[in-house]
Design a protein around this ligand. Structure first.
Ligand code: UGA
Ligand code: MN
Length: 340
């Protein structure tokens, strides 16, 4: 189809101004800032440094306001985005390193994300600390201990006890100790075993109060999701305990840091009926469903899955250990595996 364009003089002028500014920029890049000089010392932030100083010059000279604000956005880059604080409780088990490795690879791809990892235990372990440093993700490493009477005994069904409660509260305390009221940012509770689509983080990035979206593979459903009418959350298609005030999984919402700082007492609680953690927190922050901000195309898109990792069968390990303990009977001494 043929389209007709009308070139208005103002557009022509803007284009000319931008072209001029662009040319001037190139001159600046090559001369004053020596940004393209291969011998010029290129520290980690050389591009940012160059862009910042060029922008400052542009603004000082009063040239091309539009072009310089575009350049400012370019120079500030990701730093202009609100930070996402992803809170991950985690505990010692065989799959822990695998879970955290996978999660760290997701988070590496998310701009302006701060990972708060809270180990369930008496202290932060070097093992997790090393993994976090290797990950290259901006992080804070904390710990909080679940009291023994609340820890699942071997063989007990996983739903019997709430998990990650005191660890998430520890992260909330860190946020409140670290940031003054009014600070921007978004807090998301990212368990270590779920699967996250990168687009989810851009959906939650501009959460004003509490934002919500569907979660796949949870509550006995393929998708558990908020029901949205005219852009407002009016209910939930939840099958498991559907009468909870907010029948949402931990992976299905984010809260603005500002809102959390305005409610300094809002947190999770150990002794609550099953499945009430989310409703307990949200009930302290908003008055009802109407305040929730639906994301992911009005809650029609699944961008996070409540995947759970099967506990690996490691019975050969105990058989091998028993064999070793029994000694090298029947084996020649030099054939037995070295220990210690
Ligand atoms: C569901 C929800 O998705 C969780 O957000 C909720 O915490 C949990 O139920 C609950 O019952 O409390 P589920 O897959 O059953 O999830 O829970 P896990 O993934 O086993 O645990 C949630 C988080 O807590 C994970 O990041 C896990 O590493 C951590 N966790 C688990 C601990 O820190 N300590 C534990 O003893 C167990
Ligand atoms: Mn889980």
């Amino acid at each position: 189809m043929f389209m007709r364009y009308r070139l208005r003089p103002t557009r022509l002028l803007t284009a000319a101004a931008c072209l001029g500014t662009l040319l001037w920029l190139v001159v600046l890049l090559v001369t004053t800032e020596r940004c393209l000089d291969p011998s010029h010392e290129r520290g980690k932030y050389w591009t940012e440094r160059c862009l910042h100083s060029i922008r400052a010059k542009l603004e000082k000279s009063g040239h091309g306001a539009d072009c310089s604000s575009a350049l400012r956005r370019l120079a500030e880059g990701d730093q202009a985005l609100p930070t996402i604080y992803a809170v991950t409780p985690t505990y010692d088990r065989h799959v822990q390193e695998a879970e955290l490795t996978r999660l760290s690879h997701t988070f590496r791809l998310v701009p302006q994300l701060h990972w708060i990892v809270v180990e369930d235990g008496e202290e932060q372990t070097h093992r997790v600390g090393r993994l976090l440093r290797r990950s290259g993700v901006v992080h804070t490493h904390l710990h909080a201990t679940t009291p023994p009477e609340q820890v699942l005994a071997p063989g007990q069904p996983s739903w019997l006890r709430p998990k990650g409660v005191l660890q998430r509260n520890r992260a909330l305390r860190w946020l409140r100790d670290t940031f003054p009221r009014g600070s921007p940012g978004v807090v998301f509770f990212a368990d270590d075993d779920n699967t996250y689509d990168l687009r989810l983080f851009e959906e939650m990035r501009n959460t004003r109060g509490v934002s919500v979206w569907p979660v796949g593979l949870v509550g006995g459903l393929v998708v558990e999701k908020p029901l949205v009418r005219d852009g407002h959350v009016v209910g939930w298609n939840a099958a498991w305990k559907p009468h909870r005030p907010f029948p949402v999984d931990m992976a299905g919402f984010a809260v603005s840091l500002r809102l959390l700082l305005e409610h300094p007492k809002a947190q999770f609680r150990l002794w609550l009926p099953r499945g009430m953690q989310e409703s307990h927190l949200l009930g302290q922050l908003v008055t009802g469903l109407h305040e929730l901000e639906p994301k992911a195309r009005n809650c029609s898109q699944v961008l996070v899955w409540h995947t759970r990792t099967e506990a690996p069968k490691l019975d050969m390990e105990s058989k091998r250990a028993a064999k070793l303990q029994a000694g090298p009977r029947g084996n020649k001494a030099h054939e037995s595996p070295a220990t210690g």
